[in-house]
Each structure stands twice: as structure tokens, then as C-alpha cells.
Ligand binder design. Structure first.
Ligand SMILES: [Zn+2]
Length: 93
């Protein structure tokens, strides 16, 4: 059984910090639930480059921001539970 979001308690957790998607991306909510202090030790190399990105997507999408392809790519990432954004998104294609 999936844990429920610690903020709203009604939606399943699918983002870091025990938050659901909506609450994680609601401004301010994330700040209420800081990561454990050990975040630098439990993550891989380079993980602290961007502290707002808790996970990285597998690979960048060449789709430009605002396009249907980009939205599709972001939806796929959401389903996999990885970060929506990749710093190399939109640089190719
Ligand atoms: Zn929630």
C-alpha cells in the first residue's frame, strides 16, 4: 500500500519528501517539509548541483519548452517519479 502525502493526506506520495505531486509543486509547501540532513550522503555525485531537483530524469528531451512533445516528456517523467526538468532539455532537435 502506498503512503499518502504528508501534507494533504489524500493523494499518494509520488514526489520526494513524502509529498504528492500537487503539493510538491505548490509554492511554499515544499519548504514546510525539508529534506533530512543526510541528503548529501544518500545521493550520487553531482546531486547537490541543484537542490530543488531531487531526482534527475534519465535523459534530456529535444522538445522545446511549451510544446506538446515537451509536455508529453514531462508527463512520462512524472509517471516515473523523476524530476520534470533536465538542464539539457530543448537543446537538440
Ligand atoms: Zn498532498
Amino acid at each position: 500500500m502506498k503512503p499518502m502525502c504528508r501534507h494533504c493526506g489524500t493523494r499518494p506520495v509520488n514526489r520526494p519528501r513524502g509529498l504528492c505531486w500537487s503539493d510538491f509543486y505548490t509554492p511554499g509547501v515544499r519548504d514546510l517539509y525539508p529534506l533530512p540532513a543526510s541528503k548529501h550522503t544518500r545521493r550520487g555525485p553531482g546531486a547537490d548541483l541543484d537542490e530543488t531537483a531531487d531526482e534527475k530524469p534519465d535523459e534530456p528531451t529535444p522538445a522545446m519548452q511549451g510544446t506538446l512533445d515537451k509536455m508529453r516528456a514531462m508527463a512520462e517523467r512524472a509517471e516515473r517519479g523523476v524530476s520534470l526538468f533536465h538542464r539539457l532539455d530543448g537543446l537538440r532537435g
